[in-house]
Design a protein around this ligand. Structure first.
Ligand code: HEM
Length: 780
């Protein structure tokens, strides 16, 4: 409503922009240039190139730089002659970050983009920045603080991360790493553990708020400042989201500071955390929120972003996992307590491990969390590459592209290969020459993940120590594997996070002489193996001996002992609904077991089966409703819920009539192809949540957020069918050990409970803000 008077102008302007864009695109775009050079359009500059490649922005920038000899000059949107110089040339980087550093400050636009950290070194330049950095450096190099960070990280791995992984067969590693690093960083900053990494996976508003800052940061970097400032004024679009994120973050910092004040009152002895070093410093009065948020970002965002890429690469490179384990094995062998517990490694243990460090550096080469740096030009200058830059130009340095330049890293620059960081050092031991691996030195202007020159990362050593602690413990104790069908791709943000995270299967290794066996299940494994192998053998023999193709679609075969159910389900699992329908209107069958358990399956209205035996026990009546409307069967027609393999793709044309005004129709209008089951589920999820809680969770939005809760609800129904079909003691044992479908269900329960908690919290907040009665189920 507030925007109503502006809408017509807005509409005209955006329509005109669209028309101009489409015409220019059609007129000039040449497929051969597509992945080589971005076309620098008159007036609108690089915008079409960015829009056209938004789904592969990082790689697009890299392709452009590789094609243009590592540096490129382009124009931004606007008539003010704004220019960009984009580079990943190490000579230029040294010039910008070190040799002529004063000519390339971050600039006031950078400070405006990250206004939540205003007044703190991260967004500043010059004298004040150097003064603040000096204090930060002395704090972060205090051995007592470093020791306290190390021991808190180690304890969190031991008591939080490893037990968590041992209980969950499948995890979303980005979420998990972010939760872990949020807790570890908050402990270093405030001396308080917020408990994000707990088995009930509490909702993470603050963590999401931190992600929002980085996502909207990229948006602010790419559109002209007056545009995002106008949006900020009206709190619309990404700026509306950012405004909420700021409120959430400030709330969190206030809460932490209050908790800290209470602790200080109770135990006045100084505590080893970052906040304690600033709390009485008058220079930071009024800057505490910016300062503490900066430290949270420095720790959580960087390591929390790196670790998922690390595990993702390891999941695909078993030889790297083996090499890391080989390095850890002598340390593990020297332990006395290693046999039945999960092993952790201290910073002293991991410090000399060069292969582990190489694997982490290799991750940072290919996936630097801060993938792009921004600087401003103070005075006209000429780069070592010969390019001229003018005062006021913006310089963008792509750390991501730098890690993928063939000229710097060789032909295999895209390959994850930790060995490139190592070299053989001839080390004469005991008379014989033995090669010892050493870490290769790579200058920071060639490997930019930790920045270079006077603005170099101040937490590099802490970061490597923390990452090694996590990586060593997880690699030693678990096997990880990417869940089939899960695609990993980067998100559009200032941080190189993954768009949908990375789903990993995690299996515990048991340590019997450092060999593999699943530990928690070890005592049961032989029996379990024997029983399941026997069942499979019996099934295969029976299948071969009795199965007649003429019966295949007519009658379920009743096997001796196994009854009807197991062969029935196994053989017809892909057409279960139709199989039940084809079998006639009523059948009686035996289940798996020797206690004579029987099933009567019918679609007759009166459930009176002519063959119903009068003797014997009728245990369950299963009435397939679908069968009722489907006798005789209709060949070739699909029924039931679509599975992933048979999803219906619906080509949607704009209709203009009917419907659901603000969500579904605009969505359909924008997407020419939709997966209708997903869409309908998202739509109904939002509608139902609105009815139940009075809150829209926003599942049906254009960016199609990954909805763990929806998957969880599907899981309940899928595992429900599983529980219906196998004997109860079997699924109960599986539930006890959280294995197979029951492990998945356990995660689904946790996710759903987390969602309900989140909704109830949101509701409680809304009720506080507007106490009038609202019309939805939860309020009743
Ligand atoms: C994988 C881990 C990390 C990476 C890749 C990383 C990377 C970086 C980069 C690229 C910068 C320069 C930022 C800029 O000027 O725009 C930076 C600065 C900084 N980092 Fe890190 N960092 C990591 C972990 C940490 C940790 C754990 C801490 C704290 C304990 C930390 C503290 C800092 C500080 C204080 C600065 C100085 C900011 C400035 O001068 O503006 N970093 N880091």
């Amino acid at each position: 409503m507030a925007l109503a008077p502006f809408l017509p102008t807005e509409l005209v302007v955006s329509s005109l922009t669209m028309i101009v864009l489409v015409c220019l695109y059609k007129a000039y775009w040449r497929p051969k240039y597509r992945y080589l050079y971005p076309v620098d359009w008159p007036t609108i500059g690089l915008l079409p190139s960015l829009v056209g490649n938004r789904n592969r922005l990082h790689d697009h920038v890299t392709d452009v730089l590789a094609g243009a000899g590592q540096s490129y000059t382009a124009h931004g949107l606007g008539t003010a002659g704004m220019r960009f110089f984009i580079t990943c040339d190490p000579d230029n980087v040294r010039h910008i970050f070190t040799t002529n550093h004063d000519n390339y400050p971050k600039g006031h636009e950078f400070a405006e983009i990250f206004d939540i950290m205003a007044g703190i070194f991260f967004t500043m330049d010059g004298e004040e920045c150097s003064r603040q950095r000096a204090k930060a450096q002395s704090i972060l190099s205090d051995p007592r603080l470093v020791a306290s960070i190390a021991s808190r990280c180690h304890d969190k791995v031991k008591d939080g991360l490893l037990p968590f992984l041992a209980k969950k067969p499948v995890v979303e590693m980005q979420d998990l790493s972010t939760r872990f690093m949020f807790d570890v960083t908050a402990m270093a900053v405030f001396g308080v553990d917020p408990g994000c990494l707990s088995p009930d996976m509490p909702s993470m508003h603050v963590s999401v708020a931190m992600d929002t800052i980085m996502e909207v940061g990229l948006f602010r970097h790419t559109v002209p400042a007056p545009l995002w400032k106008a949006m900020r004024w009206f709190k619309i679009g990404p700026e509306g989201k950012l405004d909420m994120a700021h409120t959430g973050l400030h709330g969190f910092i206030t809460q932490m500071m209050e908790q800290k004040a209470m602790t200080r009152k109770a135990t006045p002895t100084p505590s080893m955390d970052i906040l304690s070093s600033y709390i009485d410093d008058p220079d930071y009065t009024g800057l505490m929120h910016s300062l503490l948020i900066t430290y949270m970002v420095a720790g959580r965002d960087t390591i929390g972003t790196t670790l998922p890429w690390f595990f993702y690469n390891l999941a695909m490179k078993p030889h790297v996992v083996s090499a890391i384990r080989d390095e850890l094995a002598p340390i593990a062998a020297a332990r006395k307590d290693d046999d039945m517990t999960m092993m952790t490694f201290s910073p002293e243990d991991t410090k000399p491990l060069v292969y582990l460090q190489a694997a982490l550096l290799e991750t940072l080469r290919l996936y630097p969390p801060g993938w792009i740096e921004r600087k401003t030009v103070v005075a006209n200058d000429v780069m070592p590459s010969g390019h001229e830059v003018r005062a006021g130009d913006t310089v963008l340095i792509s750390a991501y592209s730098m890690g993928r330049m063939e000229s710097l890293w060789g032909k295999d620059c895209y390959e994850y290969r930790p060995e490139r960081w190592l070299y053989d050092d001839d080390d004469d031991i005991g008379g014989g020459a033995r090669k010892k691996k050493r870490l290769r030195y790579v200058a920071s202007h060639k490997f930019l993940a930790f920045n270079s020159g006077p603005r170099m990362c101040l937490g590099k050593h802490i970061a490597i120590m923390q990452m090694k602690t996590v990586a060593a413990a997880v690699v030693w104790n678990f096997d990880v594997e990417v869940v089939e069908g899960h695609t990993v791709e980067p998100k559009l943000s200032c941080l190189l996070q993954m768009k949908n995270g990375v789903m990993l299967k995690v299996n515990k290794r048991a340590l019997i002489g450092h060999q593999l066996v699943t530990m928690a299940l070890a005592p049961f494994l032989p029996t379990e193996l024997v029983v399941s192998s026997l069942i499979i053998i019996v099934l295969v023999f029976q299948y071969i001996a009795y199965w007649r193709s003429k019966y295949k679609y007519l009658y379920p075969v009743e096997w001796p002992m196994l009854g009807l159910l197991i062969p029935f389900l196994v053989a017809n699992r892909n057409r279960l609904h139709d199989y039940v329908t084809d079998a006639g209107q009523s059948i009686t069958a035996h289940g798996l077991a020797t206690n004579g358990m029987r099933f009567f399956i019918t679609s007759c209205q009166d459930a009176e089966h002519p063959q119903r035996p009068m003797s014997g026990r009728l245990d369950r009546i299963v009435m397939p409703r679908q069968g009722e409307g489907r006798s005789p069967p209709i060949p070739g027609q699909e029924t039931g819920r679509c599975d992933a393999g048979s999803r219906h793709e619906v080509h949607v044309r704009r209709d203009g009539h009917g419907g659901v005004k603000d969500g579904l129709l605009p969505f359909l209008a924008k997407k020419p192809v939709v997966e209708m089951q997903d869409l309908a589920t998202r739509f109904m999820f939002d509608v139902t949540a609105m009815v139940v809680f009075g809150v829209v969770p926003g599942c049906l939005s254009l960016d199609m957020p990954l909805m763990h809760v929806l998957i969880a609800m599907d899981t309940i129904m899928e595992v429900g069918l599983f529980r219906h079909t196998v004997p109860a003691p079997l699924w109960k044992v599986m539930r006890r050990f959280k294995i197979g479908p029951e492990g998945k269900l356990d995660m689904a329960h946790t996710g759903l409970r987390g969602f309900i908690t989140q909704m109830m919290e949101q509701k409680a907040m809304t009720r506080k803000a507007t106490p009038t009665l609202s019309m939805h189920i939860f309020s009743s």
